[in-house]
Design a protein around this ligand. Structure first.
Ligand SMILES: [Zn+2]
Length: 81
């Protein structure tokens, strides 16, 4: 069981979080995902089981219960101002 952050050695805590999950060009947001979150650097760790479940979930054409619109900002454009 992971108790220390793999990256910074900080404490990790079990939490249910929202996850932005990219599958190729497709982005899905999972809610209430059990994960271990580092309280120092914010890194999230998932068990192989949870990760697998998200992988298959993103490929299922299941009807999502919510939908969000996301703004896309081109960083290069941002620097031109
Ligand atoms: Zn960390």
């Amino acid at each position: 069981m992971l108790t220390k952050c793999y990256f910074c050695g900080g404490k990790v805590k079990e939490e249910e979080i929202s996850v932005d999950f990219w599958w190729g060009e497709k982005l899905v947001i999972f809610e209430n995902v059990p994960a271990r979150v580092c309280h120092q650097c914010g890194e999230k760790f998932f068990s192989a089981e949870v990760y697998k479940e998200m992988e298959s979930g993103v490929q299922k054409e299941e009807k999502p219960y919510a939908r969000v619109t996301v703004d896309v900002i081109n960083f290069t454009e941002l620097l031109k101002v």
